[in-house]
Design a protein around this ligand. Structure first.
Ligand code: HMG
Ligand code: MG
Length: 301
């Protein structure tokens, strides 16, 4: 089972307070010591669109890359690809959505146009030996009320996969999905894309993320995105809150006897470090429980 850590990107893109590059680097370096094998670092997007990640170059160059860990960065277009490559990135993520309204607001393109833009980016990436993830957002619903069907999601996933993406991450951007939808969606996608290339990315806006992960797991999915402490959200999806917490996913999988190779205490140490850089509490329930248990232990000494 692979947990893809997205806190430094999905989490920090949505923070009100801007986190200094050095604190992002310290956070990512702690995550790198936890056994995670894939850590999304930042986004080479327009700094006008996401000012929180305007320091992408400094952060990417500043982290200590641990051998065997993949460090993808988000890339929305050729300019982003060039910026990412200029600082040595060898893994990228392109991102579009099932919802036309969301795609337009998020990347100022239609879904069709985004596929054309990413076709050129992925072609270059393949030539350069760069690993590519493809995100399909709003898979269970759009923040703008336009209808999204599982067939629309499948079609966009297949298009990205056909371009040459190595992995497809299906995103519940606004956390509206429920396990029965996940159960129905996995076989639909698995008819077109090998299960081992499919990831799910659940935001926990309505508390259904862990149940959705369990449903996907039962259906054979083995890659899940999560963010340390439950950081996250998308500034272009009103009301979107954090990703499912990495500690929550690790707690559940570990207790179910599912091997991830990740040390939950090391992730918690990273969450603690980033907590001092942001202006709110972390939402991960497992993180909170571990902190509370430690506080009780300290008080009883
Ligand atoms: P645009 O305004 O249409 O772009 O934005 P443009 O090509 O017309 O360029 C406008 C300006 O931006 C120009 O600068 C460009 O140089 C610059 P100016 O001449 O005005 O000074 N520019 C760039 N600068 C740096 N890096 C770049 C870049 N590209 C253009 N790569 C664009 C289109 C796609 C660029 C913009 O809309 C954008 O950056 N969007 C990113 C939005 C974003 O990052 N959203 C969050 C990530 S998606 C997400 O969170 C969902 C996910 O987690 C999964 C899920 O939850 O479902 C992945
Ligand atoms: Mg997200």
């Amino acid at each position: 089972m692979t947990v893809v850590e997205v806190g430094a990107r999905d989490g920090l893109q949505n923070e009100r307070r801007s986190v200094p590059a050095a604190e992002k680097i310290a956070f990512i370096d702690l995550l790198s010591r936890s056994g995670l094998r894939c850590i999304e670092v930042t986004s080479f997007v327009s700094p006008k669109a996401i000012p929180q990640l305007a320091d992408a170059q400094e952060v990417f160059a500043g982290i200590t890359k641990v051998p065997g860990v993949r460090y993808p960065v988000l890339v929305p277009n050729a300019k982003g690809y060039e910026r990412a490559r200029a600082c040595g990135a060898d893994a990228i993520a392109v991102f579009t959505a099932a919802s036309e309204a969301f795609t337009q607001r998020n990347i100022n393109m239609s879904v069709e146009k985004s596929i054309a833009v990413f076709s050129a980016v992925v072609e270059r990436a393949k030539r350069d030996g760069v690993w590519v993830r493809g995100y399909v957002s709003t898979a269970f619903g759009s923040p703008f009320g336009d209808a999204v069907t599982p067939e629309m999601v499948r079609d966009v996933c297949v298009r990205l996969f056909t371009l040459g993406c190595d992995e497809i991450s299906v995103g519940d951007t606004i956390g509206v999905g429920v396990p029965t939808q996940v159960e129905a969606m996995v076989p639909l996608l698995a008819r077109e894309i090998p299960l081992e290339r499919l990831a799910f990315h659940f935001h926990d806006t309505r508390g259904t993320a862990l149940a959705n992960i369990y449903a996907a797991l039962q259906a054979g999915v083995a890659i899940f995105d999560a963010s340390a402490g439950g950081l996250g959200g998308c500034p272009y999806a009103p009301g979107a809150t954090g990703n499912v917490g990495t500690e929550d996913v690790l707690y559940m999988l570990e207790r179910m006897g599912v091997e991830t190779g990740v040390d939950v205490d090391a992730v918690r140490a990273a969450s603690r470090a980033i907590r001092s850089s942001i202006d709110h509490e972390l939402t991960s329930k497992a993180f909170q429980a571990m902190e509370a248990a430690q506080a009780r232990e300290t008080a009883s000494r």
